[in-house]
Design a protein around this ligand. Structure first.
Ligand SMILES: NC(=O)c1ccc[n+]([C@@H]2O[C@H](COP(=O)([O-])OP(=O)(O)OC[C@H]3O[C@@H](n4cnc5c(N)ncnc54)[C@H](O)[C@@H]3O)[C@@H](O)[C@H]2O)c1
Length: 285
């Protein structure tokens, strides 16, 4: 299957992800209709040199409808859009929270998939300035994508794969998992844990500079280099940590990490996290 064989509707084209995806569709001859609700977002779509199409016209003949709208809006937007789709259309969302929470409007004969960009790996071999600058992915640095098809229909995976590789290009591979597994990856593994630790690293740097009084350039120099070493050693086993380093690491773990930290992988904690992200009292599943 080729991207040119498909009619695609992108809903929320003027948002952060919508603009990124639009920029990649623009580089192809794919037949894409761009829909956007807010006047400011419509201006952003036009600034990309693209026409804005009313949602009902954009989706009427679409083989694939990408819902690039905020997760909290996916329930209402899917309830509006899905009844207008032709039989066999694929609804593609960009984050698993709403699908996991059962918020997407369901209709027989419609397929549902979710595709989340992995972002370029810290271990990616980058050779150009453009690849180094593209930390988010979707511009120059190759990235992987993790995706799920609700029904498990293999034919739908082929159709989704073509669209995913275009909208998140350049793409190395698409890894297929279940919606539940995708929700364990995002939010639990990457937001609850990795992004939280990123924020903690920033707090630690500020503490070093502002409380301990270390000059910022010296603190940043040793911190940024050691973050790379810590990740390369811990995740890839590049070099062994020294014995003294292990003593300090154990001390840090005792002082900072709660004994029961792995409960963030419990279903009840995942449900609670996703309910909060979607601004719901609780998940209704
Ligand atoms: N921002 C990120 O870094 C990122 C990364 C990966 C996945 N995602 C996912 O991408 C999706 C979109 O997130 P975002 O950050 O781009 O959101 P955003 O708020 O930047 O953009 C959403 C756009 O949708 C538009 N919109 C809202 N309701 C609409 C409707 N009924 N019809 C047409 N347009 C409508 C808004 O006006 C806005 O322009 C979410 O599912 C999010 O979880 C975001």
């Amino acid at each position: 299957m080729n991207i040119d064989d498909l009619t695609i509707a992108l809903i929320g084209a003027g948002g952060k992800m919508g603009q990124r995806i639009s920029n990649n569709f623009k580089k192809t001859s794919a037949k894409v209709f761009y829909a956007e609700a807010s006047p400011a977002g419509q201006d952003r779509v036009r600034a990309l040199g693209l026409d804005v199409t009313a949602t009902e016209d954009a989706v009427s003949d679409a083989d694939v409808v990408i819902l690039a709208v905020p997760d909290v809006a996916l329930g209402t937007v899917s309830a509006d859009v899905v009844p207008q789709l032709k039989e066999g259309a694929l609804v593609l969302t960009l984050d698993p929270a709403a699908a996991y929470a059962g918020l997407l409007y369901q209709r027989d004969g419609i397929e549902y998939a979710c595709a989340h960009p992995a972002h370029p790996s810290i271990f990616l071999e980058r050779t150009t300035k453009e690849e180094y600058a593209d930390t988010f992915g979707g511009i120059a640095a190759p990235q992987n994508v993790v995706a799920a098809v609700d029904s498990g229909n293999e034919a739908i995976k082929d159709r989704a794969d073509v669209v995913i590789r275009t909208m998140y290009a350049p793409v190395i591979d698409v890894h297929w998992v279940t919606i539940k597994q995708l929700a364990v990856l995002e939010p639990t593994l990457v937001e609850t844990i990795a992004c939280m630790i990123g924020g903690l690293l920033k707090d630690a740097l500020e503490e070093t500079v502002n409380t301990a009084g270390v000059p910022r350039p010296a603190a940043e120099a040793i911190f940024y280099g050691h973050i790379q070493v810590a990740l390369a050693n811990a995740l890839r086993g590049d070099n062994p940590f020294s014995e003294a380093c292990h003593i300090a690491m154990d001390h840090g773990r005792d002082a900072i990490i709660k004994d029961d930290w792995k409960r963030v992988f419990d279903d009840s904690v995942l449900d609670d996290t996703i309910a909060k992200m979607l601004k719901l009292e609780a998940l209704q599943r």
